[in-house]
Design a protein around this ligand. Structure first.
Ligand code: GCB
Length: 652
């Protein structure tokens, strides 16, 4: 018998509680001096921090799954008539029932099966002209058959849905999710009807609402398109009763010759054996979980390290009972020492570029593997070894492609501009999104930086909020570096200082500056001196100027390619003078849609700061950066392993 909505709600709550334990993972970490400490669990994050996080199954693509991608029937519902009755109370007969008239006199005022479809994954804005600016609810429905093997469990997994999502299976509520860019899943084992040969045995109905919310993450105001919908893949993931929920396999922090990590099983009663194999490296380890389903490990290994020059990935397999998972994982170390960033012990300069998750040529949100590779290919042509994935977690195709292509990644959460710092629900939401993105990507060698925020104004409530986020990130991943895109201020006409108190919690200081665009004219950069309150590496995480591709004129004429080119020439000269600079990420690789950009004939709802147009045509400024990056690559190529005069560290 299918559970009632009440019993299911209880079930979901119980399941989530179990996940809190799962996310409170034991992590292998080093002390601030960089010497690897003995393996041991970190204190659990406070329960409230991760409340509501769904039991994320890591690496769903690497498991037995059935894709629900393709056409879904869709109903555009700006007044949420499918959820509320005429008193604006939740209705028992909402569209999630997927009701059908049983008699000619029945009155049912919706019908999924005759409604126009929308493609999943995909945003709705770029699929129908009438939805370009739409912000509100769309209902999605998909029927599916599934033969659940005996002794197996079924999860419904969403790569992402923007922004607030409610999910029902066969008319039963299974859960909701807030946040537009991170994965979530629900167990539906008890709800799914066993296949009896009919195509429409089961149906899933999803309400996706992309209305902006003041208390949301992000909040009301951004500079990117609010693409709504089921923007990433939807999958049924079938796992045995006892299954590998999550794992971390990476170099021990501070080491280049030891692997450390853990595997977590769900559903195990008592200790279980787990096999870890990295065939190419001759590694085969028999592990054993403890009473809670957790196995930790640490052992020496001789590996070819992952780097942008040689993005070596090893096939890693984990097997436990009837379950097994396969992943491609690279091994590298990342640390800081003073103002240096050390990759595999050598000082590097992050020759970066910022990217939005917007498809080249066609526009819109969802990125295929090929589109991710096109964007990252342009980054490589620029001479980059680094990308800033702004301003929210991009799809997994992107970080997987970065792993394969050898691009270091800055990953961030949409804590952008003016968040409701004093609202505890907003903080909980931001922590969940951060946790979900870390849980998804902490086996990606490419990801070296978790960024907590972008251009957030300093205040006590904001500092407290972001310090909490820093703690969440450290708890979930003590091996990567923390950063944030900070603001700066002038102490006199020629001196700019970065001293945001958040810097105390970061390993790498990010800073956005628009000297020569929002702040004076390009030549202003020539006389500026930069100072910092921190003995830490600086990454200039944004600087840029708009140019409409193909618009030419004098270097003094805004919006022309020549103005943008001259802007970058002045910038490069200024940046080259900053002694503690260890990375740059100009704003931005490709022009992108923005509802804030209105200048007719120039912007037309596009932010034109791209170094390439949305059609992939390079602007003149592209070549200025390219030349500088070539020079930097040569300069850093011979960097010796950093002398261990001071301990490498990530202050905590
Ligand atoms: C910024 C923001 C970025 C904007 C950019 C701009 O500082 O971080 O999201 O798109 O400036 O173009 O103004």
């Amino acid at each position: 018998m299918a559970p009632t909505r009440q019993s299911l709600r209880r079930h979901v709550t119980l399941r989530r509680t179990a996940l809190l334990a799962a996310l409170a993972l034991p992590l292998l970490h080093a002390d601030a001096g960089g010497a690897p400490a003995a393996a041991g669990p970190l204190p659990d994050p406070p329960a409230d921090a991760l409340a509501g996080v769904t039991p994320l199954i890591a690496n769903v693509a690497g498991r037995h799954h059935v894709s629900l991608d393709g056409d879904w029937r869709a109903i555009v519902d700006p007044y949420e008539n499918g959820y509320y009755n005429y008193r604006y109370e939740p209705s028992a007969d909402g569209y999630f029932r997927n009701a059908k008239p049983q008699h000619p006199s029945d009155r049912i005022e919706y019908d999924f099966d005759t409604s126009e479809p929308l493609a999943v994954p995909g945003d709705w804005n770029s699929q129908r002209e009438s939805l370009l600016f739409y912000e509100g609810t769309v209902w999605y429905k998909k029927s599916f058959r599934h033969s659940l093997r005996p002794g197996h469990r079924l999860f419904l997994h969403f790569g992402a849905a923007n922004y607030f999502t409610r999910v029902w299976v066969n008319g039963e509520f299974v859960g909701d999710h807030e946040g537009g860019f991170t994965p979530f899943d629900f167990e539906i084992t008890a709800l799914v009807r066993v296949d009896n040969g009919r195509r429409d045995d089961n149906f899933v109905v999803v309400q996706v609402d992309n209305k902006r919310r003041r208390e949301g993450v992000p909040t009301l105001n951004t500079d990117w398109w609010n693409y709504g919908g089921l923007t990433r893949s939807v999958r049924l993931v079938e796992v045995p009763e006892v299954f590998i929920q999550d794992y971390v396999v990476q170099l021990a922090r501070g080491s280049q010759g030891e692997i450390a990590g853990w595997v977590r099983l769900q559903g195990a009663r008592g200790p279980q054996p787990v096999l870890l194999r990295i065939r190419e490296a001759g590694i085969e380890r028999q592990l054993r979980t403890d009473e809670t389903g957790l196995a930790t490990f640490r052992f020496p290994a001789r590996l070819t390290l992952w780097s942008p020059e040689n993005p070596k990935l090893y096939e890693v397999t984990l097997a436990a009972g009837a379950d097994s998972v396969r992943d491609d994982i690279g091994f590298r170390s990342i640390e800081t020492r003073g103002t240096d960033i050390l990759l595999n012990g050598r000082s590097i300069f992050l020759r970066g570029i910022c990217l939005h998750e917007e498809a080249p040529y066609r526009g819109g949100r969802a990125l295929t593997r090929q589109e991710a590779e096109t964007l990252l290919g342009w980054a490589k042509e620029l001479g980059s070894n680094f990308v800033r994935l702004a301003h929210y977690p991009h799809g997994e195709e992107m970080t997987r492609a970065a792993d394969r292509m050898g691009l270091l990644v800055w990953s961030e959460v949409p804590v952008y501009w003016t968040i409701a710092w004093e609202n505890p629900a907003t903080l909980a939401n931001a922590r969940r999104q951060l946790a979900e993105s870390i849980v998804r990507d902490r086996n990606r060698a490419s990801v070296i930086l978790w960024s907590l925020a972008n251009e957030t104004p300093v205040s006590e409530p904001r500092n407290t909020f972001l310090a909490e986020l820093a703690r969440t990130a450290r708890d979930l991943d003590p091996t990567r570096l923390l950063t944030a895109a900070l603001e700066h201020h002038y102490v006199d006409d020629d001196t700019v200082v970065i001293d945001d108190p958040l810097g105390r919690h970061l390993d790498v200081i990010g800073c956005n500056e628009y000297v020569g665009w929002y702040d004076g004219l390009p030549a202003k950069a020539d006389g500026l001196e930069w100072k910092t309150a921190y003995d830490k590496p600086l990454v200039m995480s944004e600087f840029g100027a708009c140019a409409r591709q193909g618009l030419h004129g004098d270097a003094g004429a805004r919006w022309t390619e020549e103005f943008q080119e001259s802007f970058f020439e002045h910038q490069v000269r200024m940046l080259a003078r900053i002694p503690f600079l260890r990375g740059t990420a100009p704003w931005i690789l490709m022009d992108f849609r923005s509802p804030r950009r209105h200048l007719p004939g120039v912007q037309d709802f596009w932010n034109r700061k791209g170094l390439v147009s949305d059609q992939g045509v390079k602007k003149k400024a592209f070549h200025v950066m390219r030349r500088w990056y070539d020079e930097l690559a040569r300069r850093y190529a011979g960097a010796e392993p950093a002398a261990a005069t001071a301990p490498a560290s990530s202050p905590r």
